[in-house]
Design a protein around this ligand. Structure first.
Ligand code: BMA
Length: 377
């Protein structure tokens, strides 16, 4: 009898132990709902980023810089360097990268893809956000992204370059799925293909393909990456260039099921009229984004060489903060620091540094050092 009781006791304890273990295993491990996201099967970290970006609207604006840790003025490929950090003490919150020339060892601006992957990973580990644009070559003429030979119809299903385009997207998919954090999790990326399509300087631009072709290209690209290639670490950003009407903004909009971020690329902000127009544009983008439950962002902005010393506070931040809608833009990204003739962020010794420090210290701007955890929710 004693033996029987002890066996029974042993079984009872084992049962409790096992059920506990199972309970832990079957916990809804990192499952979250992200209503409205393009990819319902996006990874936990990607959904968390999406939800956190939404939550940030109106709480501050994150500062971003293209190729920030790849090179700067008078340096290149030096581990952990950043012009922005050398000026203000913090890395940016957002990093822009470009995968034009994918399939080659380096991108169109000479950044090696292996290095880019490493820098994306470092940025993610520090809590930063990575966004990737794609200045890809003209698939028909073989010229660069600025070669405006008609090409979009040729890469769509049924077109002569369709198979080649899919091969290119396979490389794009491999790139994104190779981005992994220390625990093997995929690193979320805000993917911004076919930007500034309301201008006509790229082969996918306004005068170089029809509205239907542009929309089909966008939808095909998203669907192929998400459903055929199972890429689940992307948010998709749509970024017309300013200054345009609402109708123009939405003319080639691929639809709510294909866009997560409502962007705007706008330059040449250097006088009062342009400031007024800038606020009007941002206001519109935010309202359009809110109507559709999307995330508004200033996907590219800047003034080459920053020739106005108080540009950061007076031309950029003040206008953004002056309007209750405009201030809901969640991040802004300035372009690359390539040379003394082509740079959009300050570097040590630049005349706009004191003003950039004020911009950095403003409670409304967010750099890496005051960024919340964007990958948990
Ligand atoms: C442009 C310039 C070019 C660069 C391209 C893609 O604005 O900076 O020099 O090749 O972006 O990054």
């Amino acid at each position: 009898m004693k033996k029987f009781i002890s066996i029974f006791f042993f079984l009872f304890i084992s049962l409790i132990f096992c059920s506990k273990k199972n309970a832990t295993e079957s916990l809804p491990n990192k499952e979250i709902e992200a209503p409205g996201i393009v990819d319902q099967n996006a990874t936990y970290e990607t959904k968390a980023l999406y939800l956190n970006l939404k939550k940030m609207m109106g709480k501050g604006i994150m500062f971003g810089h293209q190729d920030d840790t790849a090179y700067g003025i008078d340096w290149a490929y030096t581990p952990l360097r950043s012009d922005v950090k050398e000026v203000c003490g913090s890395y940016p919150a957002v990093y822009g990268w470009d995968i034009g020339d994918i399939g080659n060892p380096a991108n169109l601006d000479g950044v090696g893809f292996d290095l880019m992957k490493l820098l994306i990973k470092q940025a993610y580990k520090r809590g930063g956000i990575n966004t990737v644009s794609m200045h890809i070559d003209n698939p028909v003429s073989g010229g660069d992204a600025w070669n405006v030979t008609g090409a979009v119809d040729q890469i769509l299903p049924g077109g002569a370059k369709y198979a080649e385009y899919k091969k290119l997207l396979d490389l794009v998919a491999d790139f994104f799925t190779s981005l992994k954090g220390d625990n093997g999790e995929l690193i979320p990326v805000i993917f911004r293909p076919y930007h500034e399509h309301t201008g006509s300087w790229f082969w996918w631009g306004q005068n170089n393909c029809s509205k239907e072709e542009f929309i089909a290209l966008w939808q095909f690209t998203v669907t192929y990456l998400r459903d055929e290639k199972n890429v689940h670490n992307l948010l998709y950003a749509y970024s017309p260039n300013g200054y345009i009407s609402n109708a123009k903004y939405l003319e080639r909009y691929p639809g709510d099921d294909f866009v997560d971020v409502f962007g705007l690329d706008t330059y040449n902000l250097r006088n009062n009229d342009q400031k007024t127009e800038f606020v009007r544009q941002l206001n519109r983008v935010v309202l359009l984004a809110q109507q559709r439950n999307k995330i508004p962002a200033l996907t590219e902005v800047g003034l080459n060489k920053i020739p106005i010393n108080n540009w950061w506070t007076e031309f950029l931040l003040k206008p953004i903060k002056s309007d209750s809608s405009s201030k809901k833009i969640v991040y802004l990204l300035v372009w690359r620091n390539w040379t003394r003739e082509h740079h959009f962020a300050p570097f040590p010794g630049h005349a706009s540094v004191p003003d950039f420090l004020k911009f950095y210290q403003d409670p409304y701007t967010i750099f890496e050092d005051d960024l919340q955890d964007m990958y948990s929710y």
